[in-house]
Design a protein around this ligand. Structure first.
Ligand code: SF4
Length: 227
């Protein structure tokens, strides 16, 4: 199937919540500067997502083939055991905010602008998840991202981008030679329907990770993924 582009993603910042997150009190003398910055960002932000509904062509012990492209990951293969159609995707805060933030010379404004970009990325991820769930009547789903686990390393970004399509022209996201995404506030991965909830964090031992979404489960790999 052809790639789908979501470019009309609403971006409404909950200013009070974001101020709490960055520990900026309402009565701080910089609070109005922050509000002004958010208004500026909201006027230009265009968070986006691009995904491609694809059927699984084949699987073996630790490979899955989509659109003629082989992805190497034992965990991905097991997670897709009962799936027949999956959704490789790239979501982003958008180049509009990237360029806007880069032009800020003041360190504090730059820091705030980065947090606003994160919020825009979350808007894109949220809308993409909602859209795919509704469009394809998916009740339970999980995602996997190349580079989040040793089993599916960052090098697999090349294959993932090959499947999704020309993200640079469509949504402005470029995969660099060092396999970073530009804008950096972008997330790529595969969304898949599943009855068994999966988070990479369950298999990740990194301590004190601010992004942790689930506790580390030291037996999970042996229980579910070992051959
Ligand atoms: S714990 Fe942190 S580093 Fe590990 S997979 Fe989760 S978010 Fe990524």
């Amino acid at each position: 199937m052809e790639p789908v582009i979501l470019s009309n993603i609403p971006f409404n910042v909950n200013i009070e919540l974001l101020m709490k997150r960055i520990r900026l009190k309402k009565d701080n003398s910089h609070a109005d500067d922050f509000r002004h910055l958010v208004e500026e960002a909201q006027a230009i932000a265009r968070p986006k997502a691009m995904y491609r509904p694809v059927y699984i062509e084949s699987k073996d012990d630790d490979h899955v083939v989509l659109e003629g492209v082989s992805l190497k990951s034992r965990i991905l293969k097991v997670n897709l055991e009962n799936a027949y159609r999956v959704f490789p995707f790239v979501t982003t805060c958008g180049m509009e905010l990237e360029d806007w933030a880069r032009a800020k010379e003041d360190m504090l404004l730059r820091f705030w602008a980065e947090r606003i970009k994160e919020t825009a990325l979350h808007s894109a991820i949220g809308l993409f998840n909602k859209y795919v769930s509704e469009e394809f009547s998916i009740e339970k789903k999980s995602t996997m991202t190349p580079g989040s686990l040793e089993d599916w390393p960052i090098e697999e970004q090349r294959a993932l981008f090959e499947i999704v399509g020309n993200t640079k022209d469509a949504i402005g996201v470029e995969l660099t030679e060092s396999l970073m995404m530009k804008p950096v506030h972008s997330v790529s991965g595969i969304l898949f329907p599943t009855e068994v909830n999966f988070e990479s964090c369950q298999l990740c031992q990194r301590e004190k990770c601010p992004g942790r979404r689930a506790p580390y489960d030291e037996d999970l790999y042996d229980r579910r993924y070992s051959k």
